[in-house]
Write a protein that binds this ligand. Structure first.
Ligand code: DGP
Length: 114
């Protein structure tokens, strides 16, 4: 799988505002935040897109979502609510090909997304 800017962040080769880490997951603030809280949850193991995930990645995908939910609770935005997003490929709006879950909170989200 190709390396990306997120691989460099995972390996600490470039800086990021890291807010959470465990054995499998790293979370850091988005460089171009779209909400008052905008954090990216990435697996340390590279999966390029959701299309590239398999049954063997089920635990890892679950860990990403649970890490996002735990962070939302810690930040105190769980009750008012938040959005989690995985963009996939061009029409999904994916620009970095290292799978990541966006956590967006702190403002009212619109639906449908643009
Ligand atoms: P996506 O479009 O779903 O692939 O989201 C990629 C996000 O990554 C986008 O919201 C901007 C963010 N981003 C891109 N480059 C960097 C970076 O170098 N550092 C950080 N913290 N975020 C980045």
């Amino acid at each position: 799988m190709g390396d990306t800017i997120f691989g460099k962040i995972v390996r600490r080769e470039i800086p990021a505002d890291i807010v959470y880490e465990d054995d499998d997951v790293l979370a850091f603030r988005d460089l171009n935040p779209q909400a008052p809280v905008h954090v990216l949850f990435v697996p340390k193991q590279v999966i390029a897109t959701l299309n590239d995930a398999s049954a063997a990645d089920a635990d890892l995908l679950g860990k990403l979502l649970l890490a996002a939910a735990s962070y939302a609770k810690r930040e105190g935005v769980d009750k008012e609510g938040y959005r989690t997003v995985i963009n996939c490929n061009e029409q999904g709006g994916q620009t970095v090909f290292h799978l990541h879950v966006h956590l967006l909170a702190g403002r009212r989200m619109t639906w449908p997304p643009g």
